[in-house]
Design a protein around this ligand. Structure first.
Ligand code: KG4
Ligand code: ZN
Length: 333
């Protein structure tokens, strides 16, 4: 018997993405059209431009995903689509497309929480995911430490009280005139360089909550106070402070729970520096490290397909009138 296939669509921010994922969670195709060049001149995502670009790109991206997987719409078991959180106009393009396609093909459609998608991307690191595991979600919109107790069941350990870590990277990069997104460029500048500027490590000793806005201010003050500052030194010291905070919280969770696995997901998990620091920690604790491949850490539709299979199995299809939920939260156990 041939495996059942789900088309997944992701348009919550500045990536137009579609993927075909089968019921064993194998990714048959994954297409991501990035709008980075469109937004780079503005130093961040411009919502109206994002929506318009999704409208232009969604049909070719879906067509490509189906062609790469060698399937037609009528062979699918359903369509999964990100329903929130995200930019309302951007989400609307994906949802309207998913509903129209599902209606035409006579298959169910299921709305997926983008954060559940990121957390489900551990299956793209290794389909054999042990539970419970500690899961850190670090992206442009979110920074939270959770504990996954069963598939789709999360306990919140702590989250940021202000900026997300990706947001801090992006704001620092914009301030330094390094463009958007900030993560990859700061990470590249920092690689192999010393932490020489002694930036603060906010909330280092305080439970599982995070804060990045004080660190951001410290970087801005440092740069303003030293006209001869070195971009490399600033990047290396900023990234080192971020990494020290993340690894301190991860260490605390591994000590407290002794879980057999540690998952790191979201766009910042694409960072080679974070991946390396996390591997050292995981080795120290004898814990398995689960990080999706770089292209599946940043926004993509394959992760929405994986979470979509879980949503279909546990909640069933979404009602026909579901719409975008820009502030959708993750539900915790
Ligand atoms: O998950 P994602 O693609 O979108 C959201 O859901 O927010 O995450 C985007 C974030 C951006 O802030 C970007 O600067 C950051 O991930 N990022 C990185 C790297 N690649 C992307 N941060 C650090 N190092 C990277 N290599
Ligand atoms: Zn994301």
């Amino acid at each position: 018997m041939t495996a059942q296939l789900l088309l997944a669509i992701e348009t919550s921010c500045d990536e137009t993405a579609a993927a075909v994922v089968d019921e064993t969670l194998a990714v048959r195709s994954s297409v991501v059209a990035s709008q980075v060049d469109l937004h780079a001149a503005f130093g961040g995502v411009v919502p109206e431009l994002a929506s318009r670009a999704h409208v232009e790109t969604i049909t070719p991206v879906v067509t490509q995903a189906l062609a790469d997987a060698g399937v037609t719409g009528r062979e699918l078991a359903g369509v999964a689509v990100t329903s929130g959180p995200g930019l309302v106009g951007a989400l609307l393009v994906g949802i309207a497309t998913a509903k129209a396609l599902a209606l035409g093909w006579g298959v169910p459609v299921v709305g997926v929480n983008h954060l559940e998608g990121h957390l489900a991307s551990v299956y793209l690191a290794d389909p054999d995911v042990p539970f419970p595991h500690v899961a850190l979600l670090v992206s442009g919109g979110h920074c939270m430490l959770t504990r996954a107790t069963a598939p789709g069941c999360y306990q919140l350990l702590g989250e940021t009280v202000d900026d997300s870590i990706g947001e801090a990277y992006d704001k620092i990069a914009r301030f330094l005139g390094l463009g958007y997104p900030g993560g990859p460029v700061l990470d590249r500048l920092a690689a192999g360089h010393e932490d020489s500027l002694a930036f603060p490590r906010p909330m280092l000793g305080e439970g599982y909550a995070f804060s990045f806005s004080g660190l951001k201010t410290a970087v801005v003050n440092q740069v303003r106070g030293d006209p001869a500052f070195s971009e490399v030194e600033v990047a290396a010291s900023f990234v080192a402070a971020c990494m020290d905070v993340l690894t301190a919280k991860l260490r605390r969770a591994l000590e407290e729970f002794g879980d057999p696995a540690l998952a790191i997901v979201g766009g910042v998990a694409a960072s080679p520096i974070l991946r390396q620091r996390a591997q050292v920690l995981a080795d120290e604790f004898g814990t398995r490290l689960l990080i999706p491949p770089q292209a599946m850490a940043t926004d993509n539709a394959a992760m929405i397909g994986v979470a979509g299979w879980h949503a279909l199995a546990t909640r069933g299809p979404s009602p026909g009138d579901f719409g975008p939920e820009p502030d959708l939260r993750l539900r915790f156990a």
